[in-house]
Design a binder for this molecule. Structure first.
Ligand code: HEC
Ligand code: HEC
Ligand code: HEC
Ligand code: HEC
Length: 419
């Protein structure tokens, strides 16, 4: 190797250095990101957990399952895993009671089961949003799609007849189709003086419902454009392959032209993130032209993977430990748990929690200990503390912060006092 290098002409050597350096940077970036965030959860495994743990006996997801509990694709609160963790926790006592009357074993979670389960539920709740076709008709008019597009032959002839894409059943697939054709569409819009159409709330779902209705039964033959559940692992790779990383950073690594997407306040559902992307498309595509970055094209599956990745980042965001300390006291946790290393009688000293304390690991520990905790609380006539996802993530950050301190000062002591 040294021999070879010495014999290379100086010009080639120096020409290679910048390339080597950028490959090195990319590698370092990939390693840092995976070290900071660990494994990506797997929704396919989550589907198994959902049936093995008996959730499917009482809950419907994506049209299948029991109806004793609410339909988990439809609950309004749930977007990401922390929402699900908070909702499950808050409804824990009623659920455990129902489980014992239905003779379902109380489910405990091990390893990555809970993480995968939440990845699955998040995915399920972001697919197949149903729109209102009457509202969609108005969207089709007011956004002036009808100036250029026909549906089954009726309407404008500047762009393609939208009956042929009516089988796309979710906003992600629609945004992929529009994004891929955006340059042609933007050109035509400029010519006809049509303003760029931004989408809010359910407008895209409504529009789809209308187009599907007008396209008639032929549209329904094409089903989901996803062939498998979106994968945030694939999405992480696509974030580089599709050049997003050249303008956007994640956790501080990457380009600075656009906002850091691990800190952006993105919506929870994939379809809604897709719309945010679409709404920023003109500015993004303008910047891409300026920087000579080729406009990425997307299969619906690819865009879904990418959005799964962006959505997973909010799960990895740390809560505020200071706010968590207050929540811990306000919810009455400090009545039974010591967090300073001393021992109080009832619950275990939580500075002794062991292992890698990701939020999901702590949420899992809390859930597994929930029924025993409930018993104690009933005895002491303390009301069950309910959490929203912000309170939960702050509390988890607080529990993590007290663990780190005790492991650093005295691992032996921490291990000795562990429950
Ligand atoms: C024996 C039936 C039963 C089983 C099994 C069951 N649940 Fe539930 N679940 C319920 C009921 C009933 C409620 C509503 C409780 C209430 O009204 O507070 C509920 C509520 C929930 C909620 C809150 C929904 C909301 O409206 O915010 C979540 C999340 C949830 N369950 C997840 C799960 C998961 C995950 C599993 C599997 C580990 C599971 N459930 C197993 C009956 C069940
Ligand atoms: C000013 C004319 C114009 C307007 C207004 C317009 N489009 Fe288009 N649209 C086009 C053109 C032209 C194309 C084809 C572009 C190309 O292929 O390069 C296109 C392509 C598309 C495609 C891709 C179709 C395919 O075959 O994959 C979709 C989806 C689409 N438009 C949806 C919409 C929607 C929804 C609206 C309203 C919000 C809209 N368009 C408004 C001109 C327009
Ligand atoms: C050429 C630079 C560039 C590239 C490449 C690029 N973006 Fe952007 N992106 C921007 C800029 C600039 C903005 C802010 C635009 C605005 O303010 O309208 C933005 C905004 C966004 C937003 C909205 C963020 C928020 O805070 O609301 C999302 C989501 C997004 N980009 C995703 C992506 C994805 C996914 C990719 C890869 C397919 C990508 N971007 C590629 C420059 C880029
Ligand atoms: C009435 C007393 C009581 C209250 C209040 C209480 N806990 Fe607990 N907690 C316990 C007991 C007892 C256990 C051990 C349960 C077991 O062994 O399964 C426990 C276990 C735990 C564990 C698991 C510890 C481990 O070693 O894995 C966590 C985490 C936890 N509690 C967090 C909390 C939080 C957060 C709150 C506030 C919402 C809270 N607890 C409120 C009594 C309580």
């Amino acid at each position: 190797m040294c021999q070879l290098r010495r014999s290379l002409p100086v010009t080639i050597l120096s020409a290679r250095i910048p390339m080597l350096r950028s490959v090195g940077l990319l590698l370092a970036w990939a390693i840092l990101i995976s070290a900071a965030f660990g494994r990506n959860p797997d929704p396919k495994e989550g589907l198994k957990v959902f049936s093995i743990k008996g959730c499917a006996r009482c809950h419907t997801v994506m049209g299948e399952g029991g109806n004793i509990g609410p339909n988990l694709s439809r609950i309004p609160s749930a977007g990401d895993g922390l929402d699900f963790a908070a909702a499950m926790w808050s409804h824990g006592p009623q659920m455990w009671q129902r489980m014992s009357t239905e003779q379902v074993q109380l489910p405990k979670f091990e390893g990555e089961e809970m993480e995968d389960l939440f990845a699955f539920l998040t995915m399920a709740s972001s697919l197949d949003e149903s729109g209102n076709n009457e509202a969609g008709r108005l969207v089709f008019q007011t956004k002036r799609c009808m100036d250029c597009h026909a549906i089954q032959g009726k309407g404008g002839k500047v762009g393609p007849d939208l009956a042929r894409v009516a089988g796309n059943r979710n906003p992600v697939a629609w945004v992929a189709a529009m994004w891929n054709h955006a340059p042609g569409m933007f050109g035509a819009m400029k010519e006809k003086g049509v303003p760029f159409p931004r989408f809010q709330g359910s407008e895209m779902a409504d529009l789809q419902a209308y187009i599907r209705l007008m396209a008639g039964p032929s549209a329904d033959r094409v089903y989901y454009r996803y062939v498998r559940p979106p994968s945030s692992d694939e999405g992480e790779a696509l974030f580089r392959i599709k050049h997003c990383v050249q303008c956007h950073s994640i956790g501080g690594y990457g380009g600075r032209v656009g906002p850091d997407l691990s800190r952006a306040a993105l919506p929870r559902k994939y379809g809604a993130i897709a719309l945010v992307m679409w709404n920023h498309a003109p500015e993004m595509q303008r910047m891409m032209a300026v920087l000579s970055i080729a406009l990425p094209q997307f299969e619906a599956q690819e865009l879904a993977d990418l959005l799964a990745y962006l959505s997973s980042l909010s799960m990895k965001r740390e809560g505020d430990a200071g706010a968590g300390a207050r929540t811990f006291a306000v919810k009455g946790c400090s009545g039974c748990h010591s967090t300073t290393g001393g021992s109080t009688s009832i619950g275990p000293n939580l500075t002794g929690l062991q292992g890698n304390l990701t939020p999901i690991n702590i949420a899992r520990a809390m859930w597994n200990h929930g029924p025993a905790m409930l018993q104690r609380m009933e005895k002491s006539a303390i009301a069950w503390p309910v959490f929203n996802s912000k309170e939960l993530s702050d509390t988890l950050a607080f529990l993590k912060s007290i663990q780190a301190a005790s492991w650093q000062s005295s691992p032996a002591k921490a291990a000795a006092s562990a429950p």
